[in-house]
Design a protein around this ligand. Structure first.
Ligand SMILES: Cc1ncc(C[n+]2csc(CCOP(=O)(O)OP(=O)(O)O)c2C)c(N)n1
Length: 686
C-alpha cells in the first residue's frame, strides 16, 4: 500500500512538473491549475477514464473535457504520459508556432483533445451536449444485453467556468434531463485570475447544483487521492442525476511563495520558485521535463488497458452485428459521418406563388422532410418552436425516461425519452450553441438549433468555436430584418448578418424563396463546418424558376437571377433574402424604361468566394460599375461587391416599431427607391 502511495504521489508530481516546466520553457502559461488539480486529473485518468491512447477516436471512449482550458499544460502532460501520440518534444514546444501544444486546447490538434476550450464555460456547456449525445445514441442503438454505447463524460471545471452564465444554462438543462453519466470535477481553489473568489463568487455552488437536480459531493483535501477516487466511484453509481464533486485544492500547490495566490494563476513560476517547488515536493530539480521510468510505466498501463477495453468492445460489437445487422450498419454509417443513401431525394418543391410563404416556414417543411431521411438530425430551439419551425413532428421529445407529464404542451409527439430527436433547450441560447458543439463533437449526430436572428448574439461564443472546430452545426435564424415589424428595434436584427459574415469558416446563407431554402439546407448538410440560415418571418413570393434562373444556383453563393436583355447589363442589382424581390421589381421598372438591368441573387458571400474567378466575373462583370446592393441590414462589407462607385440600400440605425411593410418602406426598401438609386448611378456613370 505504502509503495502504491509513493507511485501515486510521484505520478501526480510528474504531471505537476511537466506542466510547470512546459510553462517555464515557453515563459508563458498557467501553472496554478495543473499544480493544484493534478491529483484529481491523475485519479480520473488512471482509475476511471475509459480511453485507448492508441485510438483516440474509439467511439465508446469516455469523453474528457478540460473546461478550464487555461490548464492546457496539464492536459498535454496527461496525454503524453498515458501514451497518446504526443512526444515529449511537443511538450517542449508548448505554445510555439506549429506545435501540437497550443496555448489552449484545440480539438484534434493533439490527439485526444476532444474539444477546443479556453473561453470559460464553453467546455462544460459542450460536455452537457456530449452527455446528451451519449444518452440519445445509447437509447437508440443499445439492445438488451448489448450495451454498445456506454460511456461517461468527465469535466474538470474551474471557478471561472462555474461563474459564467453559459454554465448555469447548460447545467440547469442537464439537471432537468437527468444526465447521469455526466460527472464534473470542480477545482474549488477559491482563486481566480485577478484575486480570490471572496471578491466575486461566494454562493454555495453545491447548493446551486443541488437545486438544478444534480448529485453533489465535496472532497475536503484535493491531494487526497483515495477520497477523490471514492467520490468519482459514488458519482458513477448515481445514474439518474449528473454529478458534481467540489474538490478543495490549493492553486499553485507546492510553489512556496505563490501557492494560494492569484499570482500563480497565469504566469510562469520563475526559475527560483519552480526550483523551490520541486524541492518542496521532493522532485529532482534537474533535468527539466523529468519523467522517471517507473512513473512512465505506471501511466503507460493505460495503453494495455485501453487496447483491452476497445478489443472487448469490438467483440461485443461483432456480436451485436450478428444479432442486429441493420442497427450495426446504421451506427457505423453515422460514426463515419456519411449521410444516408438518397437523403436529398424527394424534398419539398414549392410551386411558383405570388403570395408565397415565409422562408422560416419553408425551412420547417424542408427540415421535416430531411428529418424523415436523416435520423441523425437532432435539435430544436430556445423556446421558439412555433416561431422558428424547428420541430420534427412525431420524432419524440428528448427527455429523461419516465411518465410524460399529463397536460404537457409543446411536445413534438412520439416517445418521451432519450430516443427523442426534438431537444427543448428552453430560453438558453448560449447553452444551446455550446450543447450543439458538444453533440457534434461527440459524433454520430448532426445538430440544428434555432432562435431569432437578433438573439444569435447570445450564442456568438459557441458559434465561433463551431467554426474553429469545423463542426457541422446548422443554425436556423429567423425574423431576419426590420421586416418583422411591430416587435420593434430590440427584435429587429440590423448588424447581425454582417457580424456573422465576419466569422471565419462560418457560411451564412440568406435564401430568397422557399426553393432556395431547400437548397440552403442541402448545402448546409454537405458542408463540413457550420452554416447559419437566415430566414424571414414574413411571406416571400415563390419565384417562377421557368422565368428566373434555377434555385440550384444557390450552391454557387451568387448567380444571375434575371436580366432584361442579353449583353452587358447597364446596372447590377445585388440582393439577398427578402430584398431579392424588391430588386426584381426595381429591375422591371428599369427594364420598362428600356434599360438593361441585371439582378444578382447573392444568398451567400462565403459560397460565392469559393467559386472560380471566371465565374465571379461572369456574375459581376468588372466593367459594370453601376451596382446597387440591397439588404435590410447594415452596409458593412457590401463595398466589396458594389465597389467605390456603387450604392448600398441598407439600414444604418436601429429599426422601429410599426407594421413590417411600413418599416421597410420608410427605410427605402421599395422598388421605386431602388430603381431611382440605380438611375442616379447610371447617370453618374454615363
Ligand atoms: C469567457 C472568458 N473570460 C475570461 C477569460 C480570461 N480568464 C482566463 S482564466 C480566468 C479566471 C481564472 O480563474 P479560475 O477559473 O478559478 O481558474 P484558476 O485561477 O483556478 O486556474 C479568466 C478570467 C477566459 N478565458 N474566458
Amino acid at each position: 500500500m505504502a509503495k502504491n502511495q509513493r507511485i501515486d504521489e510521484r505520478c501526480v508530481n510528474a504531471i505537476r512538473f511537466l506542466a510547470a516546466d512546459m510553462i517555464q520553457e515557453a515563459n508563458s502559461g498557467h501553472p496554478g491549475l495543473p499544480l493544484g488539480a493534478a491529483p484529481m486529473a491523475y485519479v480520473l485518468w488512471t482509475r476511471h477514464l475509459k480511453h485507448n491512447p492508441k485510438n483516440p477516436k474509439w467511439f465508446d471512449r469516455d469523453r474528457f473535457v478540460l473546461s478550464a482550458g487555461h490548464g492546457s499544460a496539464m492536459l498535454y502532460a496527461l496525454l503524453h504520459l498515458t501514451g497518446y501520440d504526443l512526444p515529449l518534444e511537443e511538450l517542449k514546444r508548448f505554445r510555439q508556432w506549429g506545435s501540437k501544444t497550443p496555448g489552449h486546447p484545440e480539438a484534434d490538434c493533439a490527439p485526444g483533445v476532444e474539444v477546443t476550450t479556453g473561453p470559460l464555460g464553453q467546455g462544460i456547456g459542450m460536455a452537457v451536449g456530449m452527455a446528451m449525445a451519449e444518452a440519445h445514441l445509447a437509447a437508440v442503438f443499445n439492445r438488451p444485453g448489448h450495451e454498445i454505447i456506454d460511456h461517461y463524460t468527465y469535466v474538470i471545471a474551474s471557478d471561472g467556468d462555474l461563474m459564467e452564465g453559459v454554465c448555469a444554462e447548460a447545467c440547469s438543462l442537464a439537471g432537468h434531463l437527468k444526465l447521469g453519466k455526466l460527472i464534473v470535477l470542480f477545482d474549488d481553489n477559491r482563486v481566480s485570475l485577478a484575486g480570490t473568489t471572496d471578491l466575486t463568487f461566494t454562493e454555495d455552488v453545491l447548493k446551486r447544483f443541488e437545486a438544478y437536480g444534480w448529485h453533489t459531493q465535496r472532497v475536503e483535501d484535493g491531494n487526497d487521492i483515495e477520497a477523490i477516487d471514492a467520490a468519482i466511484r459514488r458519482a458513477k453509481e448515481v445514474e439518474d442525476k449528473p454529478s458534481i464533486i467540489a474538490i478543495r485544492t490549493v492553486i499553485g500547490y507546492g510553489a512556496p511563495t505563490k501557492q494560494g495566490t492569484y499570482k500563480v494563476h497565469g504566469a510562469p513560476l520563475g526559475e527560483e520558485e519552480l526550483q523551490a517547488a520541486k524541492e518542496r515536493l521532493g522532485w529532482p530539480v534537474e533535468p527539466r521535463f523529468y519523467v522517471p521510468d517507473d512513473v512512465l510505466e505506471h501511466f503507460r498501463m493505460a495503453i494495455e488497458r485501453g487496447e483491452k477495453w476497445e478489443r472487448e468492445w469490438v467483440e461485443r460489437f461483432e456480436r451485436y452485428r450478428t444479432e442486429y445487422p441493420e442497427l450495426a450498419a446504421e451506427l457505423e454509417r453515422r460514426i463515419h459521418g456519411e449521410l444516408p443513401e438518397g437523403w436529398d431525394e424527394g424534398l419539398p418543391e414549392f410551386p411558383p406563388d405570388e403570395v408565397g410563404i415565409a422562408t422560416r416556414k419553408a425551412s420547417g417543411k424542408v427540415l421535416q422532410a430531411l428529418g424523415e431521411k436523416i435520423p441523425e438530425l437532432v435539435g430544436g430551439s430556445a423556446d421558439l418552436n412555433p416561431s422558428v419551425h424547428t420541430v420534427l413532428p412525431g420524432k419524440g421529445d428528448f427527455q429523461a425516461p419516465g411518465e410524460k407529464p399529463s397536460g404537457v404542451q409543446g411536445d413534438a409527439g412520439g416517445p418521451w425519452d432519450y430516443t427523442g430527436r426534438n431537444i427543448h433547450f428552453g430560453v438558453r441560447e448560449h447553452a444551446m450553441g455550446a450543447i450543439a458543439n458538444g453533440i457534434s463533437r461527440h459524433g454520430g449526430l448532426i445538430p440544428f438549433v434555432g432562435t431569432f436572428l437578433v438573439f444569435s448574439d447570445y450564442m456568438r461564443p459557441p458559434i465561433r468555436l463551431a467554426a474553429m472546430m469545423g463542426r457541422k452545426v446548422i443554425y436556423v435564424f429567423t425574423h431576419d430584418s426590420i421586416g418583422i415589424g411591430q416587435d420593434g428595434p430590440t427584435h429587429q436584427p440590423v448588424e447581425q448578418i454582417a457580424s456573422l459574415r465576419a466569422v471565419p469558416e462560418l457560411v451564412v446563407i440568406r435564401p430568397s424563396d422557399a426553393n432556395e431554402v431547400r437548397e440552403a439546407w442541402t448545402a448546409s448538410l454537405q458542408r463540413k463546418g457550420p452554416t447559419a440560415l437566415i430566414l424571414t418571418r414574413q411571406n416571400l413570393p415563390v419565384l417562377d424558376r421557368g422565368r428566373y434562373a434555377s434555385e440550384r444556383e444557390l450552391h454557387k453563393g451568387a448567380y444571375v437571377l434575371w436580366q432584361a436583355k442579353d449583353g452587358t447589363p447597364d446596372v447590377i442589382l445585388i440582393a439577398t433574402g427578402s430584398e431579392v424581390h424588391v430588386a426584381l421589381k426595381a429591375a422591371e421598372i428599369l427594364a420598362a424604361e428600356g434599360l438593361n438591368p441585371r439582378v444578382v441573387a447573392m444568398p451567400s458571400w462565403e459560397l460565392f468566394e469559393e467559386q472560380p474567378e471566371d465565374y465571379k466575373r461572369e456574375v459581376l462583370p468588372p466593367e459594370v460599375k453601376a451596382r446597387v446592393a440591397v439588404e435590410a441590414g447594415v452596409r458593412l462589407g457590401w463595398e466589396r461587391y458594389v465597389g467605390t462607385e456603387g450604392a448600398i440600400v441598407s439600414v444604418e440605425r436601429f429599426g422601429a416599431s410599426a407594421p413590417g411593410k411600413e418599416v421597410l418602406e420608410k427605410f427605402g426598401f421599395t422598388p421605386e427607391n431602388v430603381a431611382r438609386i440605380a438611375r442616379e448611378l447610371m447617370a453618374a456613370d454615363a
